[in-house]
Design a protein around this ligand. Structure first.
Ligand SMILES: Cc1cc2nc3c(=O)[nH]c(=O)nc-3n(C[C@H](O)[C@H](O)[C@H](O)COP(=O)(O)OP(=O)(O)OC[C@H]3O[C@@H](n4cnc5c(N)ncnc54)[C@H](O)[C@@H]3O)c2cc1C
Length: 548
């Protein structure tokens, strides 16, 4: 028998977005907060640079808005940008109130009590940070708050499999009321039901062979929302971070953009600098330009990495500003105060995602999407550094207000049936999962990576069609496991990335194709619509026939 849990709100994901939403609801409602592994397992924990916001008295909302619009290459929704940037100070103040230990600036050099850094594409110093481990500070602080809150039940080692919708319950209309969830500790499937559900499950960068993201970034929320009937937008815009540590034992370690902000130089193996040849802003050009320049030079020279050098700065400066990077590199025998760091680009951020409005509502009523899972229109065709944590905070806040305003008028969900395992057996061939997992991530890297062509995308399309069939068959015959669920979701999001990339017949922002190198005069979002999409607006369900 399936174990059932009932809450007011179900939040899937415990990164910056999910933790913030849970905390903002919990004084009024009972919240279930799920995460795949430990609560700190998402990308948030690994964020180094910081959170962008208008904090310096010489900076303005208009300047931050302009920088975001410039990075977005004509595709940002200007209302979403103004809304998000306008909320930046309030959301960062809330983090400070929660006790996040941001690096202070006793000298007040930026007219602010906190030290602010500048990153690529920003016209001002406006990144608040906790040394070079900002995500860890945010994550640890908010998790501690969540653990202290009596109204939040935190469930670790839980993998949401699929959403429970009215469609699946055979009830007319459009709405979400829970999720089936794999408990990894007991290997059983549980049912979580709630009046509102929020997807805060991070991005999909694990679709690629090289990524800066932790293992769980398999696009689960995007895939679940697609299957539940939500439109998904702009999945072709994958940000590749230019500089991940290149070392056989260093899994996904990012060398923060802040190093380049503080003067680190990109170099070829012979020590020559090259960025000026690609962009007058040099190392401070936006990430897509830097990543493409590195990719170009690596391919031209046939080498598997280049170098980032900050060793000309005083030792004390490096140790004070980049203690984590210094320590981590030393572990691999690289002393960044003395020598250059070997680096490669890696998939870093998913700009597209589940389409939402400014309250975080999706196409399915009572279902919200926030953080990296969502597509709000804020980033456009390219994300400006340190704008993503900001988006997590702002949209978690907006979704919390919307849920609180509509909670009383929303019906209690109908009881969903138990999870049916009567037709499946234990897998006897796990090699299918590991093989397909590797194959998928490699062809996505080779054919749908930093530089694309029609031919490469067609190759990827053929391969994804085969994998889709194999895994659909496997899924219907065998018991679910975390690896199988992640692979199923990765195949779904990789397909969405390929379809979106094929639709875009131009190069813009992060999408670069040799077949269409120019930017079209008209900027349009790529919107993919699932077969079960229902056109009615996502209003809260006030008249459910099944209401209790
Ligand atoms: C190395 C690195 C450095 C970065 N640096 C910065 C920076 O300096 N500034 C900035 O603004 N951004 C930065 N980013 C991006 C930013 O960290 C992320 O976009 C942001 O943290 C995403 O937060 P999130 O809450 O949406 O998701 P995440 O923090 O990724 O959390 C996702 C959560 O969802 C859970 N989850 C996923 N699938 C399921 C499922 N099926 N069932 C249950 N739970 C699930 C996971 O367990 C996890 O708890 C960085 C990213 C990386 C990887």
């Amino acid at each position: 028998m399936t174990q059932h849990f009932q809450h007011d709100v179900l939040v899937i994901g415990s990164g910056a977005a999910g933790l913030t939403l849970a905390l903002k609801l919990a004084d009024h409602l009972r919240v279930a907060l799920l995460c795949k592994d430990a609560a700190s397992g998402g990308s948030t924990f690994y964020a180094q640079g910081g959170v962008a916001g208008v904090l310096d008295s010489t900076d303005t909302v208009a300047a931050h808005v302009d920088d975001t619009l410039n990075a977005g290459a004509g595709l940002c929704d200007s209302e979403a940008v103004r809304f998000t940037v306008g909320q930046s100070k309030a959301c960062i103040d809330w983090l400070i109130e929660q006790g996040v230990p941001f690096t202070e600036d006793p000298d007040n050099t930026n007219n602010n009590a906190y030290h602010l850094t500048k990153e690529g594409g920003h016209s001002h110093r406006r990144i608040i940070h906790a040394a070079d481990a900002t995500g860890r500070a945010i994550s640890n602080t908010l998790i501690a708050r969540v653990q202290q809150h009596a109204n939040i039940d935190l469930y670790e080692q839980r993998v949401a499999i699929d959403l429970v919708t009215r469609e699946k319950l055979g009830i007319e209309g459009n709405g979400c009321c829970g999720a089936y969830v794999l408990n990894r500790a007991t290997d059983t499937v549980e049912l979580f039901q709630a009046r509102f559900v929020a997807l805060a499950s991070g991005g999909a960068s694990k679709s690629y062979l090289y990524t800066s993201n932790p293992d769980g970034a398999s696009g689960d929320g995007i895939a679940m929302a697609w299957r539940a009937g939500c439109r998904i937008a702009n999945m072709e815009f994958n940000q590749f971070h230019p500089t991940c540590l290149y070392h056989p034992q260093a899994k996904s370690f990012l060398i923060s953009e802040a190093l380049r902000g503080e003067g680190a130089a990109l170099k070829l193996p012979n020590g020559e600098r090259f960025m000026e040849r690609f962009d007058p802003r040099g190392e401070l050009a936006p990430r897509d330009i830097v990543a493409r320049a590195i990719d170009h030079e690596m391919k031209r020279l046939g080498c598997d990495h280049l170098y980032l050098d900050i060793s000309h700065k005083p030792d004390e400066f490096i140790l004070e500003h980049f203690p984590t990077i210094h320590k981590r590199c030393l572990k691999f025998g690289i002393d960044i105060t003395r020598e250059a760091i070997p680096v490669v680009p890696a998939a870093h951020y998913t700009c597209g995602g589940v389409m939402t409005n400014l309250q975080g509502r999706t196409d399915v009523a009572q279902l919200y999407a926030i953080g990296e899972t969502a597509f709000t229109g804020f980033h456009g065709a390219n994300r400006l550094a340190s704008n993503s944590l900001l988006e997590c905070l702002v949209f978690a806040d907006a979704a919390a207000s919307d849920i609180l305003a509509n909670f009383e008028n929303t019906a209690t969900p109908a009881q969903a049936p138990d999870w049916d395992e009567s037709q499946v057996t234990d897998s006897d061939e796990d090699v299918i999962i590991s093989h397909n997992w590797d194959e998928l991530r490699r062809f996505m890297w080779d054919y749908v990576g930093i530089v694309r062509t029609d031919k490469r995308l067609q190759r990827a399309e053929h391969r994804i069609a085969l994998l889709k069939r194999e895994i659909a068959e496997y899924y219907s015959n065998y018991k679910v496991s975390n690896d199988l669920l992640e692979l199923r979701n990765l195949i779904c999001v990789a397909d969405l990335i390929i379809q979106s990339a094929m639709k875009r017949k131009e190069s813009r922002g992060l999408h670069y194709t040799l077949d269409y190198p120019n930017t079209a005069s008209q900027a349009e979002n790529t919107i993919l619509t699932p077969p079960n999409w229902q056109t009615q607006p996502a209003e809260p369900d006030t008249a459910s026939p099944a209401s209790a």
